[in-house]
Design a protein around this ligand. Structure first.
Ligand code: ATP
Ligand code: ZN
Length: 283
Protein backbone atom coordinates (compact mmCIF):
# COMPACT_ATOMS: atom_id res chain seq x y z
CA UNK A 1 0.00 0.00 0.00
CA UNK A 2 1.13 3.51 -0.78
CA UNK A 3 2.53 5.66 2.03
CA UNK A 4 1.92 9.39 2.10
CA UNK A 5 4.64 11.80 3.25
CA UNK A 6 3.92 14.97 5.20
CA UNK A 7 6.56 17.61 5.97
CA UNK A 8 6.28 19.64 9.17
CA UNK A 9 8.64 22.03 10.96
CA UNK A 10 11.33 20.27 13.00
CA UNK A 11 11.51 22.90 15.72
CA UNK A 12 10.19 26.42 16.07
CA UNK A 13 6.90 28.22 16.22
CA UNK A 14 4.92 25.78 14.07
CA UNK A 15 6.34 22.50 15.36
CA UNK A 16 4.29 21.90 18.49
CA UNK A 17 0.91 22.83 17.00
CA UNK A 18 1.59 20.80 13.85
CA UNK A 19 2.44 17.72 15.94
CA UNK A 20 -0.61 18.28 18.15
CA UNK A 21 -2.90 18.61 15.15
CA UNK A 22 -1.71 15.31 13.70
CA UNK A 23 -2.09 13.59 17.09
CA UNK A 24 -5.61 15.02 17.43
CA UNK A 25 -6.36 13.46 14.05
CA UNK A 26 -5.82 10.12 15.77
CA UNK A 27 -2.38 9.49 14.29
CA UNK A 28 0.08 7.57 16.49
CA UNK A 29 3.76 8.31 16.07
CA UNK A 30 6.92 8.86 18.04
CA UNK A 31 8.05 12.45 18.17
CA UNK A 32 11.78 12.15 18.86
CA UNK A 33 13.53 15.50 18.72
CA UNK A 34 16.56 13.86 17.13
CA UNK A 35 14.91 12.03 14.24
CA UNK A 36 14.17 13.46 10.82
CA UNK A 37 11.47 11.01 9.97
CA UNK A 38 8.74 9.27 11.92
CA UNK A 39 6.35 6.56 10.81
CA UNK A 40 2.69 6.70 11.78
CA UNK A 41 1.65 3.28 13.06
CA UNK A 42 -2.08 3.49 12.35
CA UNK A 43 -2.23 5.37 9.01
CA UNK A 44 -0.05 5.01 5.90
CA UNK A 45 1.85 8.19 6.61
CA UNK A 46 5.45 9.22 7.19
CA UNK A 47 6.29 12.51 8.87
CA UNK A 48 9.39 14.41 7.72
CA UNK A 49 10.73 17.00 10.16
CA UNK A 50 12.32 19.89 8.25
CA UNK A 51 13.18 23.59 8.43
CA UNK A 52 10.02 25.53 7.66
CA UNK A 53 11.70 27.42 4.79
CA UNK A 54 12.38 24.16 2.94
CA UNK A 55 8.86 22.75 3.21
CA UNK A 56 7.16 24.55 0.25
CA UNK A 57 9.83 23.47 -2.22
CA UNK A 58 9.98 19.91 -0.91
CA UNK A 59 6.22 19.68 -1.43
CA UNK A 60 6.34 21.26 -4.88
CA UNK A 61 9.13 18.88 -5.93
CA UNK A 62 7.37 15.81 -4.55
CA UNK A 63 9.90 14.91 -1.83
CA UNK A 64 6.90 15.26 0.47
CA UNK A 65 3.31 14.89 -0.79
CA UNK A 66 1.89 17.44 1.62
CA UNK A 67 3.23 19.84 4.23
CA UNK A 68 2.45 22.43 6.87
CA UNK A 69 4.02 25.88 6.47
CA UNK A 70 3.26 29.56 7.01
CA UNK A 71 1.62 31.44 4.13
CA UNK A 72 4.49 33.94 4.42
CA UNK A 73 7.09 31.27 3.62
CA UNK A 74 4.96 29.82 0.82
CA UNK A 75 4.56 33.26 -0.79
CA UNK A 76 8.25 34.03 -0.37
CA UNK A 77 9.42 30.82 -2.03
CA UNK A 78 6.98 31.42 -4.91
CA UNK A 79 6.14 27.74 -5.28
CA UNK A 80 3.30 26.31 -7.30
CA UNK A 81 1.38 24.10 -4.86
CA UNK A 82 -2.24 23.39 -3.91
CA UNK A 83 -3.66 25.06 -0.82
CA UNK A 84 -5.57 22.34 0.98
CA UNK A 85 -6.61 23.80 4.33
CA UNK A 86 -6.06 26.83 6.58
CA UNK A 87 -5.04 25.60 10.02
CA UNK A 88 -5.75 28.61 12.27
CA UNK A 89 -2.38 28.73 14.08
CA UNK A 90 0.98 30.48 13.49
CA UNK A 91 -0.84 33.73 12.85
CA UNK A 92 1.29 36.79 12.15
CA UNK A 93 1.40 39.86 9.91
CA UNK A 94 4.15 41.10 7.62
CA UNK A 95 4.49 44.82 8.22
CA UNK A 96 6.54 47.77 7.13
CA UNK A 97 8.03 49.66 10.08
CA UNK A 98 10.22 52.71 10.60
CA UNK A 99 11.94 54.42 13.52
CA UNK A 100 9.61 56.36 15.82
CA UNK A 101 11.01 59.73 14.70
CA UNK A 102 11.08 58.85 10.98
CA UNK A 103 9.61 61.17 8.34
CA UNK A 104 8.30 58.12 6.46
CA UNK A 105 4.56 57.96 7.05
CA UNK A 106 3.05 56.42 3.98
CA UNK A 107 4.05 53.93 1.34
CA UNK A 108 4.95 56.55 -1.27
CA UNK A 109 7.45 58.04 1.22
CA UNK A 110 9.53 54.88 0.70
CA UNK A 111 10.54 56.07 -2.78
CA UNK A 112 14.35 56.00 -2.97
CA UNK A 113 14.70 54.67 0.59
CA UNK A 114 16.24 51.40 1.73
CA UNK A 115 14.27 48.60 3.39
CA UNK A 116 15.80 45.67 5.25
CA UNK A 117 13.95 42.36 5.14
CA UNK A 118 14.14 38.57 5.08
CA UNK A 119 11.19 38.58 2.67
CA UNK A 120 12.52 40.24 -0.50
CA UNK A 121 10.14 38.47 -2.88
CA UNK A 122 6.94 39.52 -1.08
CA UNK A 123 8.30 43.04 -0.55
CA UNK A 124 9.35 43.47 -4.18
CA UNK A 125 5.90 42.46 -5.36
CA UNK A 126 4.22 44.83 -2.90
CA UNK A 127 6.42 47.78 -3.91
CA UNK A 128 5.80 47.09 -7.59
CA UNK A 129 2.03 47.02 -6.98
CA UNK A 130 2.35 50.39 -5.27
CA UNK A 131 4.68 51.76 -7.97
CA UNK A 132 7.38 52.62 -5.43
CA UNK A 133 11.09 52.16 -6.07
CA UNK A 134 13.08 51.32 -2.96
CA UNK A 135 16.32 49.54 -2.34
CA UNK A 136 15.69 46.13 -0.79
CA UNK A 137 18.43 44.91 1.56
CA UNK A 138 18.03 41.20 2.18
CA UNK A 139 19.24 40.03 5.57
CA UNK A 140 18.50 36.69 7.17
CA UNK A 141 17.82 37.64 10.78
CA UNK A 142 17.51 40.47 13.35
CA UNK A 143 16.02 42.75 10.72
CA UNK A 144 14.67 45.04 13.46
CA UNK A 145 18.11 46.32 14.47
CA UNK A 146 19.05 47.58 11.02
CA UNK A 147 17.49 51.11 11.14
CA UNK A 148 19.19 51.76 14.50
CA UNK A 149 22.52 50.77 12.97
CA UNK A 150 21.94 53.06 10.01
CA UNK A 151 21.71 50.10 7.63
CA UNK A 152 18.23 50.90 6.33
CA UNK A 153 15.48 53.54 6.48
CA UNK A 154 12.73 51.01 7.09
CA UNK A 155 12.17 47.32 7.70
CA UNK A 156 9.72 44.77 6.40
CA UNK A 157 9.24 41.89 8.82
CA UNK A 158 6.92 39.54 10.70
CA UNK A 159 5.08 41.12 13.58
CA UNK A 160 2.82 39.25 15.99
CA UNK A 161 2.61 41.34 19.18
CA UNK A 162 4.76 44.31 18.21
CA UNK A 163 6.98 43.99 21.30
CA UNK A 164 10.19 43.49 19.31
CA UNK A 165 9.47 46.57 17.20
CA UNK A 166 8.80 48.69 20.25
CA UNK A 167 11.95 47.64 22.07
CA UNK A 168 13.94 48.65 18.98
CA UNK A 169 12.33 52.09 18.74
CA UNK A 170 10.28 51.16 15.69
CA UNK A 171 6.64 51.69 14.75
CA UNK A 172 4.68 49.80 12.11
CA UNK A 173 3.04 51.93 9.45
CA UNK A 174 1.61 49.50 6.89
CA UNK A 175 0.32 45.92 6.95
CA UNK A 176 1.32 44.05 3.83
CA UNK A 177 0.26 40.45 4.36
CA UNK A 178 -1.39 38.40 7.07
CA UNK A 179 -0.32 34.82 7.44
CA UNK A 180 -1.24 31.58 9.18
CA UNK A 181 -0.14 27.98 8.93
CA UNK A 182 -1.73 26.09 6.04
CA UNK A 183 -1.72 22.56 4.70
CA UNK A 184 -0.32 22.49 1.19
CA UNK A 185 0.12 19.67 -1.28
CA UNK A 186 1.80 18.86 -4.54
CA UNK A 187 -0.42 19.92 -7.46
CA UNK A 188 -3.07 17.27 -8.05
CA UNK A 189 -2.57 15.49 -4.71
CA UNK A 190 -5.92 16.91 -3.52
CA UNK A 191 -7.63 14.05 -5.38
CA UNK A 192 -5.68 11.37 -3.52
CA UNK A 193 -7.86 9.15 -1.26
CA UNK A 194 -5.47 9.31 1.70
CA UNK A 195 -5.06 13.08 1.44
CA UNK A 196 -8.82 13.50 1.38
CA UNK A 197 -9.18 11.29 4.42
CA UNK A 198 -6.55 13.33 6.28
CA UNK A 199 -8.15 16.66 5.32
CA UNK A 200 -11.48 15.39 6.62
CA UNK A 201 -9.92 14.44 9.93
CA UNK A 202 -8.18 17.82 10.17
CA UNK A 203 -11.45 19.63 9.47
CA UNK A 204 -13.25 17.67 12.18
CA UNK A 205 -10.54 18.63 14.68
CA UNK A 206 -10.66 22.31 13.64
CA UNK A 207 -14.44 22.38 13.80
CA UNK A 208 -14.35 20.91 17.31
CA UNK A 209 -11.80 23.48 18.41
CA UNK A 210 -14.26 26.26 17.62
CA UNK A 211 -17.09 24.74 19.61
CA UNK A 212 -18.06 23.69 23.14
CA UNK A 213 -20.39 21.03 24.45
CA UNK A 214 -22.96 22.52 26.83
CA UNK A 215 -25.25 20.77 29.32
CA UNK A 216 -27.80 22.74 31.33
CA UNK A 217 -31.02 22.35 33.30
CA UNK A 218 -34.19 24.27 32.55
CA UNK A 219 -37.85 24.26 33.47
CA UNK A 220 -39.79 22.51 30.72
CA UNK A 221 -42.03 25.54 30.15
CA UNK A 222 -38.97 27.58 29.11
CA UNK A 223 -37.90 25.03 26.51
CA UNK A 224 -39.03 26.97 23.39
CA UNK A 225 -37.01 30.04 24.47
CA UNK A 226 -33.88 27.94 25.00
CA UNK A 227 -34.20 26.04 21.73
CA UNK A 228 -34.27 29.38 19.92
CA UNK A 229 -30.93 30.25 21.51
CA UNK A 230 -29.36 26.82 20.93
CA UNK A 231 -29.85 25.40 17.46
CA UNK A 232 -27.04 22.82 18.06
CA UNK A 233 -25.59 20.64 15.32
CA UNK A 234 -29.09 19.55 14.30
CA UNK A 235 -31.27 20.43 17.28
CA UNK A 236 -30.54 20.13 21.00
CA UNK A 237 -31.02 16.89 22.90
CA UNK A 238 -33.63 17.17 25.66
CA UNK A 239 -33.54 14.67 28.56
CA UNK A 240 -36.13 14.57 31.38
CA UNK A 241 -34.85 15.13 34.92
CA UNK A 242 -36.06 13.18 37.96
CA UNK A 243 -37.58 16.43 39.22
CA UNK A 244 -41.01 16.94 37.66
CA UNK A 245 -41.25 19.79 35.12
CA UNK A 246 -37.48 20.04 34.55
CA UNK A 247 -35.29 18.87 31.66
CA UNK A 248 -31.56 18.78 30.83
CA UNK A 249 -30.40 20.10 27.49
CA UNK A 250 -27.27 18.87 25.71
CA UNK A 251 -25.96 20.85 22.77
CA UNK A 252 -23.00 22.39 20.95
CA UNK A 253 -22.24 26.11 20.74
CA UNK A 254 -19.66 28.19 18.92
CA UNK A 255 -16.77 29.31 21.07
CA UNK A 256 -16.91 32.85 19.73
CA UNK A 257 -20.45 33.59 20.92
CA UNK A 258 -19.90 31.68 24.13
CA UNK A 259 -20.23 34.46 26.76
CA UNK A 260 -23.09 36.15 25.01
CA UNK A 261 -24.96 32.84 24.80
CA UNK A 262 -24.30 31.93 28.42
CA UNK A 263 -25.77 35.25 29.57
CA UNK A 264 -28.87 34.87 27.38
CA UNK A 265 -29.30 31.28 28.64
CA UNK A 266 -29.19 32.43 32.26
CA UNK A 267 -31.68 35.15 31.43
CA UNK A 268 -34.26 32.57 30.33
CA UNK A 269 -33.74 30.48 33.46
CA UNK A 270 -30.95 28.01 32.63
CA UNK A 271 -29.27 26.49 35.69
CA UNK A 272 -26.27 24.23 36.36
CA UNK A 273 -24.59 25.13 33.08
CA UNK A 274 -21.63 22.82 32.34
CA UNK A 275 -19.33 23.60 29.39
CA UNK A 276 -16.94 20.95 28.04
CA UNK A 277 -14.31 20.82 25.30
CA UNK A 278 -15.03 18.73 22.21
CA UNK A 279 -12.40 16.56 20.58
CA UNK A 280 -13.88 15.98 17.12
CA UNK A 281 -17.04 16.77 15.18
CA UNK A 282 -17.80 14.52 12.23
CA UNK A 283 -20.63 15.85 10.09
P1 ATP B 1 13.35 27.12 11.05
O1 ATP B 1 14.48 26.70 11.89
O2 ATP B 1 12.37 26.00 10.84
O3 ATP B 1 13.77 27.80 9.77
P2 ATP B 1 12.46 29.81 11.81
O4 ATP B 1 13.28 30.38 12.90
O5 ATP B 1 12.64 30.25 10.41
O6 ATP B 1 12.53 28.21 11.92
P3 ATP B 1 10.03 30.32 13.35
O7 ATP B 1 10.45 31.53 14.08
O8 ATP B 1 9.86 29.05 14.10
O9 ATP B 1 10.93 30.05 12.05
O10 ATP B 1 8.67 30.69 12.61
C1 ATP B 1 8.04 29.78 11.76
C2 ATP B 1 6.80 30.42 11.19
O11 ATP B 1 5.90 30.74 12.25
C3 ATP B 1 6.96 31.73 10.46
O12 ATP B 1 7.41 31.57 9.14
C4 ATP B 1 5.54 32.29 10.50
O13 ATP B 1 4.75 31.69 9.50
C5 ATP B 1 5.04 31.82 11.85
N1 ATP B 1 5.01 32.87 12.91
C6 ATP B 1 3.96 33.18 13.70
N2 ATP B 1 4.22 34.15 14.55
C7 ATP B 1 5.48 34.53 14.35
C8 ATP B 1 6.33 35.49 14.95
N3 ATP B 1 5.94 36.28 15.93
N4 ATP B 1 7.60 35.58 14.49
C9 ATP B 1 8.02 34.75 13.53
N5 ATP B 1 7.25 33.82 12.93
C10 ATP B 1 5.99 33.69 13.31
ZN1 ZN C 1 12.80 29.26 8.86
Amino acid sequence: MKTLKIAIQKSGRLNEKSVQLLKNCGLSFENYKSSLISTVSNFPLEILFLRDDDIPEYVQDGIADIGIAGENVIAETGVDVSFLQELGFGKCTLKLAVQNHSQIQKISDLEGKSIATSYPVILKKFLAENKVNSEIRTISGSVEISPGLGLSDAIFDIVSTGGTLKSNGLKPFADVMSSQAVLIGRKGIENDELVRELIQRIQSVLRARETKYVVLNIEKKNLPEIVKLLPGVKSPTVVPLAQEGWVAIHTVIEERDFWEKINSLKAVGAQGIVVMPIEKIIL
